[in-house]
Write a protein of this length. Structure first.
Length: 187
């Protein structure tokens, strides 16, 4: 060996160092591969979800919900529940809001759950309030609103108002009119 080789006077590298390269170790070498497969997996999931959403929207015609109207005479419709009925309100007669005089006479029956033991006592206790409510309700309507084709809407309004404003524990489930007469009166 010469003195110049050991001291590296020339500034060059030794031949052993220049031919051998240092290799990267374990995790550092796997990280790019792991990231590549993770990106491919995320891309595949996004693609699958996008295709699924588009396909479902096409099948459902833009995502509109479908309502199935069933025939009431169909044997597949469940039976209606049996209710207890409260009919002690009596006949209420009042005038409508119309400029020309119309008189309304109504006899209303209220249905509540058959197993509700407190309903009968609450309805009996609020009988006078119920009579006043029915009188005010029909006095606030026009004769044109009390036509037979509007009966379902009238029932819904009465049920909603009774359950939210008048009754505290009892819930009215249905209403039937024994009598609902709207007559034009002439004086």
């Amino acid at each position: 060996m010469s003195d110049s080789d050991e001291l590296d006077i020339d500034g060059g590298e030794s031949p052993e160092i220049s031919t051998t390269k240092k290799k990267k170790g374990g995790l550092a070498a796997l990280l790019p591969t792991i990231l590549k497969f993770a990106a491919i997996g995320i891309g595949a999931i996004i693609f699958i979800v996008t295709v699924s959403v588009i396909t479902i929207n096409i099948v459902n015609r833009g995502g509109r919900s479908q309502t199935v109207v069933t025939d009431p005479s169909s044997p597949y419709i469940g039976s209606r529940p049996i209710y207890s009925w409260y009919s002690d309100i009596g006949a209420i007669t009042t005038r409508t809001r119309d400029v020309t005089s119309h008189t309304v006479t109504v006899v209303i029956n209220l249905a509540y759950d058959q197993g509700d033991t407190t309903a009968s006592s609450e309805l009996n206790g609020r009988r006078i309030e119920l009579q006043g409510f029915v009188r005010r309700f029909f006095a606030g309507k026009y004769a044109s609103e009390l036509q037979p084709e509007n009966e379902a809407r009238i029932k819904r309004e009465i049920i909603e108002q009774l359950n939210t404003r008048i009754l505290s524990t009892t819930k009215i489930r249905d209403i039937e009119f024994t009598r609902l007469d709207v007559m034009e009166t002439s004086f």
